[in-house]
Design a protein around this ligand. Structure first.
Ligand SMILES: [Zn+2]
Length: 317
């Protein structure tokens, strides 16, 4: 994306916001970029950034929350026009907790004023003690919160519609992503570590495993409805068993043999005394290829993960 279309898309996103009067001008959007790309030191940069963001969002006040150096977990705020907004220490505490919540969210968040006695919800995350909508945009570095932009929107009698919320969330996220560029060259950042990547990869594995388990349970529940069924011929029973195996195999699954509990493939084999064949569990045991089971109707199917591949198991057709 060129700088020009970049300006345009940000400008459009900001124009789309529900402004009381007209939205920000191109000049105002370019001023933000110039400030971010300029060479002001951190403190002066933030002192100009906050009013500039208030202009863009028609906001009343703003805070840039930053991680405190040398105090793990602590953050501090550079404030603009925040006086008189939080009048009691109880309100300040509530607001502090809301900021902590937004800091941990890693995505844009909008908190409506919380009416007395109302519990937090997805519409009203945390407890907003002010009479203003508060808009939060996280600035992430390597997937972790690095800074947080808070904007105090104008007092509005009505709560925002879903569509308006989305526009605000998108707008503040675009600006926060832009601000990241300005902060990263002005602040020291933690370097990427393999330990952090490993931790995130482990989370992916845990999430995938839990999804796989859900898939397994769903398939098992669906297949159990065929318990006791039998079709009109050996060929049809075989076709059914084959289809079951194909579904399971595509998810790396097998049926569990009810006799020895080993993973197996469900098959239907012709047998002398059973007109339409018998359902068997086909598996390789220590002693070699073995068939267990033998009911003439579909057995109750339990689903287990496929065993690790062994050369001797690679061709069981
Ligand atoms: Zn068995």
């Amino acid at each position: 994306m060129t700088a020009e279309t970049d300006h345009q898309s940000l400008h459009q996103a900001l124009l789309d916001l529900p402004h009381e009067q007209r939205g920000p001008s191109v000049v105002q959007v370019k001023k933000l970029s110039k400030l971010i790309d300029g060479d002001l030191p951190l403190q002066s940069f933030l002192e100009q950034l906050l009013p500039s963001m208030c202009e863009l969002f028609s906001a009343k006040a703003a805070v840039a929350w930053l991680r405190a150096q040398g105090a793990p977990g602590a953050i501090f705020g550079v404030r603009y026009h925040m006086d008189n907004l939080l009048n009691t220490s109880a309100e300040q505490k509530k607001h502090e907790r809301l900021v902590q919540l937004a800091w941990g969210q890693k995505q844009a968040m909008l908190a409506e004023p919380t009416p007395a006695g109302r519990r937090p919800s997805s519409e009203n995350p945390g407890n907003n003690p002010t009479s203003h909508q508060l808009l939060f945009g996280p600035v992430l570095h390597l997937g972790e919160p690095f800074a947080l932009i808070e904007l105090v929107l104008h007092e509005s009698p009505a709560t925002l519609t879903q569509a308006q919320r989305k526009l605000y969330l998108r707008g503040v996220q675009l600006v926060a992503d832009r601000v990241y560029g300005g902060l990263k060259k002005r602040m020291s950042r933690p370097a990427a570590t393999l330990a952090q990547a490993t931790q995130q990869l482990e989370q992916i594995v845990a999430q995938s495993e839990s999804l796989q388990q859900q898939i397994r349970f769903n398939i098992e529940a669906s297949l159990q409805q065929f318990h006791g069924w039998s079709f009109g011929s050996l060929e049809e029973n075989q076709q059914f068993a084959k289809s079951v195996h194909q579904i399971l195999d595509s998810y790396g699954l097998r049926v569990q043999c009810p006799e020895c509990q080993n993973p197996a493939i469900l098959r239907c084999l012709g047998a002398g005394n059973a007109k339409h064949g018998v359902f068997v569990f086909d598996h390789y045991l220590e002693s070699g290829r073995t068939f267990h089971g033998g009911p003439t109707t579909v057995p109750l199917i339990r689903v287990v993960p496929k065993p690790a591949r062994r050369p001797s198991l690679s061709n069981t057709a």
